[in-house]
Design a protein. Structure first.
Length: 168
């Protein structure tokens, strides 16, 4: 019996808008977006957590919608806009509204989950604002149920999100 022939997978060029800037790289067909962002493009603010879509640490926005980068293939974002936590602050380093609220409320400790939570919250709050809605605490907690944080107990995260949601 002969050994199976191993084929080299062709790497495909991927062009996208990353945090508003054109970027490109090469990706094997089965390369996950999280690995493409971190290893090919150097966007390391997005964290690799469970790699099963459960913890939310890898959440990014694709065309303005939050999604798990560990469940998305890099080839799926070709010619699309991808936003990561690195794009939330202004070019001069001034924190975005939600980031500043997280800082004020001490809504992070180790910070591992923070990037994903910020990306989900940013998408969610934008959709609520577009609908003219302000959430109550139960809705914030429900939205956060897709994220695991082992340090904060969620109370300061909820307080930060509520502040931003009711500030507008």
């Amino acid at each position: 019996m002969t050994a199976p022939i191993l084929r080299r997978e062709t790497r495909h060029p991927i062009e996208l808008q990353l945090n508003g800037r054109p970027r490109s790289g090469l990706a094997h067909p089965r390369l996950l977006l999280i690995d493409f962002l971190r290893h090919e493009l150097g966007a390391t603010g997005t964290h690799v957590g469970c790699e099963h879509g459960v913890c939310g640490a890898c959440t990014v926005q694709v065309d303005g919608v939050a999604q798990r980068a560990c469940l998305t293939l890099a080839v799926q974002v070709a010619d699309r806009r991808v936003d990561t936590v690195e794009g939330l602050a202004a070019n001069d380093g001034v924190l975005g509204e939600l980031q500043a609220a997280f800082k004020r409320h001490h809504a992070l400790q180790c910070g591992f989950c923070t990037a994903g939570i910020l990306m989900s919250c940013t998408d969610w709050l934008a959709r609520l604002r577009a609908a003219g809605r302000r959430p109550d605490e139960a809705e914030v907690r429900e939205m956060l149920s897709g994220h695991l944080c082992r340090c904060t107990g969620y109370a300061p995260i909820v307080a930060a999100v509520m502040e931003v949601a009711h500030h507008a």
